[in-house]
Design a protein around this ligand. Structure first.
Ligand SMILES: *[C@@H]1O[C@H](CO)[C@@H](O)[C@H](O)[C@H]1NC(C)=O
Ligand SMILES: *[C@@H]1O[C@H](CO)[C@@H](O)[C@H](O)[C@H]1NC(C)=O
Length: 307
């Protein structure tokens, strides 16, 4: 009799542990065993073991996406919204070479004879060359600008509360990402534009900004990588801000070395790597211009009304 109870309990326990053996941070992961282990297919018969307690390195994710695309497997969310065509394609997807710990190799060739150097986000930062190209090290991205556009909301968004709201939402959704790395948040209510600067001290190798940015990019593009298919939705005064577009700028510890000529082509549509000083200048200019044109529009409106 006791034997049966033990067996039933054991079966229940096994069932319960099987249920919890899953990977919250990667919806394509396969998990099994006791203790529970999860892996991701990143090539033919190549299983990458995962640590599902943290965000999965972008290099592994890109490999998995390329593998799935090659196999004709779904890379989208089943039943999710199709991607709106208006989205800027800043994926720059290729089949990357990864280090064992998930970092990008400094030199990438996408299985071809054409190679280039990337930063820690896997984004190209040099001109393309042939196989003889050398990249002496992986240059770290220490500053990321997330340029988000939110969907229209009823009422006004309190800009002064935006920074805390964004930092909270990032912390909650992206594996307890450190709030104090959210350095600055600027808001343009007319354009529904939120500019979020995420920064770490130069030389810091403990925190990685690029994984969080990649997960957010996928969330906003309605293709979440998480097992749960929630959104990145900061809340200001109980008002949820749903995002509809994202553009990611990378600032590396060393300026990129590509020539402007090559920049004008396809890269514009992909991700732009901007030099530190230029970024600051452009933002100031952008907001100044916008304010100016608003003032101008209002003045014009008044003139029209007068007539
Ligand atoms: C998995 O990630 C967590 C959170 O970052 C970390 O504390 C833990 O040491 C990692 N486990 C392994 C096996 O690397
Ligand atoms: C990498 O190669 C694949 C085809 O194998 C191609 O679709 C993709 O555009 C390439 N990516 C880059 C950045 O060259």
């Amino acid at each position: 009799m006791n034997m049966w109870i033990v067996l039933v309990l054991a079966a229940l326990a096994a069932g319960a542990s099987a249920q919890t053996c899953s990977c919250d941070t990667m919806k394509w992961a396969t998990c099994d065993g006791n203790p529970c282990g999860c892996y991701l297919m990143i090539g033919d018969n190549v299983k990458q073991p995962l640590n599902c307690s943290s965000l999965i390195p972008k290099c592994f994710l890109m490999k998995a996406e390329m593998y799935r695309a090659k196999k004709g497997l779904d890379t989208r969310t089943v039943g999710g919204k199709p991607v709106e065509t208006a989205f800027v394609d800043n994926d720059g997807i290729y089949d990357p070479d990864c280090e064992n710990d998930g970092k990008f190799r400094a030199k990438q060739c996408n299985n071809t004879d054409e190679c280039w150097c990337v930063n820690s986000a896997g984004v190209r930062r040099t001109d393309k060359g042939d196989k003889t190209l050398t990249c002496d090290k992986l240059v770290e991205t220490f500053w990321i600008r997330l340029q988000l556009t939110h969907k229209p909301v009823t009422g006004k968004v309190d800009a002064s509360k935006l920074k805390v709201a964004i930092a909270d939402a990032i912390h909650k959704r992206y594996s307890s990402f450190k709030k104090d790395m959210v350095d600055e948040v600027k808001y343009d209510s007319d354009a529904r534009l939120i500019v979020v600067d995420v920064k770490k001290p130069k030389g810091d190798r403990k925190t990685d900004l690029t994984h969080m940015a990649y997960y957010m990019e996928k969330d906003v593009k309605v293709l979440p990588l998480f097992k749960d298919q929630k959104k990145f939705e900061p809340s200001v005064d109980g008002n949820k801000l749903e995002m509809e577009n994202i553009l990611v700028y990378y600032v590396d510890e060393e300026a990129p070395t590509f020539t402007m000529k090559n920049l004008s082509g396809g890269i514009i549509a992909v991700i732009v790597v901007v030099v530190l000083a230029v970024v600051a200048g452009l933002l100031v200019l952008f907001f100044a211009k916008r304010r100016e044109s608003q003032r101008y529009n209002k003045a014009q409106q008044r003139e029209m009304d007068a007539m």
